[in-house]
Design a protein around this ligand. Structure first.
Ligand SMILES: [Zn+2]
Length: 315
């Protein structure tokens, strides 16, 4: 009885019926083979390395300074995806120009997933620029990024069932580090006095950050960077800066500083000085070897830049 059940199970396994969807094309041949994972943004690539450890080889498509809103997949990217055991992207329209590519990969039966799937809609902010959509920049709340970590753990576990417990354990350990990061950031940001807790950046990437840490945020360009800021946007933000005597504006590493520089000029024309307080990492991590090359390093670097510039009085 048990023996025949066992044989039936073996047949099912070998015929692929119990294999996770999509792994048929790029099967796991041997126990020791690492999982080949393609990730779109550098934040997701970092998350997969943390959760997957030695068991994964990760290819991140978007390097430092690359803007995911306007990124288009190259032939090389498509070929890397077809070789992968698992393809991970942010979703919520962050990779707005790659929607068709993901659909094609799915059609081919590949194992493609958005890391934001499964986050409860009531935890998401709505997008002001695109009615009916959600703000995709969830990594700016370490507690939402924690959910992404657990999700990546589950997706790795489903793709490589033999090592499922390793992935779940690593996801949980990393989630603890994200809790600690959240507490540390809250403590540091509490140094900014009430009334100066206003963050003005190139585009609306910091909505979740603002919600998590009680900071009002304002982006010059809206939630996607696909449209450039116009003269009216610059004027409106400049009036706001003068009215609230904001000491510093911030540029972002994946976006041209021109818009923020135009605001600084417009503020100067109104007889007030606002400085550019440095570069924040918005939609990409820092260069390899820099303190912002990992997600946690990037987050700390942003927090320090913001605290240093908003805690001081305007000139
Ligand atoms: Zn963005």
């Amino acid at each position: 009885m048990f023996r025949s059940l066992f044989i039936a199970l073996l047949i099912l396994l070998s015929s692929g019926c119990l294999m996770p969807e999509g792994t048929a094309e790029r099967g796991l041949d041997e126990e020791g083979d690492p999982l080949m994972i393609v990730a779109t943004t550098s934040m997701i690539a970092d998350l997969v390395r943390e959760v997957g450890g030695d068991r994964v080889r990760v290819e991140g498509l978007m390097g430092p300074g690359i803007d995911p809103h306007t990124y288009q997949a190259s032939e090389g990217d498509v070929s890397a995806m077809t070789q992968a055991h698992l393809i991970l992207y942010n979703g919520l329209h962050l990779e707005g120009k790659m929607t068709d590519v993901f659909a094609q990969m799915r059609q081919r039966g590949l194992n493609v997933h958005a890391i934001t799937e499964g986050i409860q809609p009531d935890q998401l902010l709505s997008s002001e620029s695109f009615a009916g959509n959600h703000d995709p920049h969830i990594w700016f709340d370490p507690l939402l990024w924690q959910e992404a970590a657990y999700r990546v753990g589950e997706l790795l576990a489903a793709t490589d069932t033999l090592h499922a417990e390793i992935y779940r354990k690593r996801a949980s350990t990393y989630a603890d580090r994200l809790s600690a990061l959240f507490a540390e950031a809250r403590e540091r940001l509490s140094a900014i006095p009430e009334g100066r807790r206003i963050l003005i950046t190139s585009h609306d990437a910091f909505g979740y950050f603002g919600r998590a840490f009680g900071i009002e945020v304002r982006g010059l360009q809206g939630m996607s960077t696909a449209l450039e800021a116009g003269i009216a946007d610059v004027r409106e933000v400049a009036d706001f800066v003068v009215e609230y005597r904001i000491p510093a504006l911030f540029v972002e590493s994946s976006i041209s500083p021109r818009g923020i520089q135009a605001v600084q000029e417009a503020v100067r024309a109104r007889g007030f000085e606002v400085r550019i307080g440095g570069t924040l990492h918005g939609d990409a991590l820092g260069t390899p070897g820099s303190s912002a090359e990992s997600y946690i390093g990037m987050f700390r670097s942003n927090v320090e830049t913001i605290v240093a510039n908003l805690s001081t009085l305007p000139q």
